[in-house]
Design a protein around this ligand. Sequence first.
Ligand code: ADE
Length: 225
Amino acid sequence: MRIDIITVVPELLVSPLNESILRRAQEGGFVEIKIHNLRDYTDDKRRTVDDYPFGGEAGMVMKIEPVYRCITALQSERHYDEVIFTSPDGVPYNQHEANRLSTLENIIILCGHYKGIDYRIREHLITREISIGDYVLTGGELAAAIITDSVVRLLPGAIGDEASALTDCFQDNLLAPPIYTRPADFNGWKVPQVLMSGNFAEIERWQEEQAYERTKSLRPDLLEE
Ligand code: ADE
């Protein structure tokens, strides 16, 4: 898979995308992540990427030309399955969408910035608008990092234990069951006996029950879906 991220603040993406699993996934050839500085697609000396809004509202607007140049340059090199825009008024992001994106070959993520982006970009160039939650960030870079992180860890081979991504929270619309490691007794706080019984059928039944009970009490909305 290849992920191209377009941003006016590339520095914000360096650390989140170059440590731990994401670094290893790139080194192992499971994903290619390319960051593009939108200012490299400007044609004026000051490398301007924003301008005042028509209609005289407060705040600056991301200009159409650099975005158009960058996206069409990428599209002239390969087909992209989605051109994503990160924005608080996008479709709420969840595990189903992460799963879907992880099956695609090439995606572009355009990070929103400033007060907003010239709406013609959204109308003509963007195929999917994603919000990571009902709150407003200073820019879309952290949202792009979250989307990339959640997608890359699903790519076959990206995390060592392949079964692990399939048993994550939210796969099957259930929260994960509690998990423990040694010591079995810490200051009298004991690990549930069943996990040490060696009876795998019983352990699996217990885990399913726990996943259901935790979901029912913490996220009943997931059971309604
Ligand atoms: N940019 C600013 N806030 C955002 C959000 N909640 N989701 C995605 N992109 C954003």
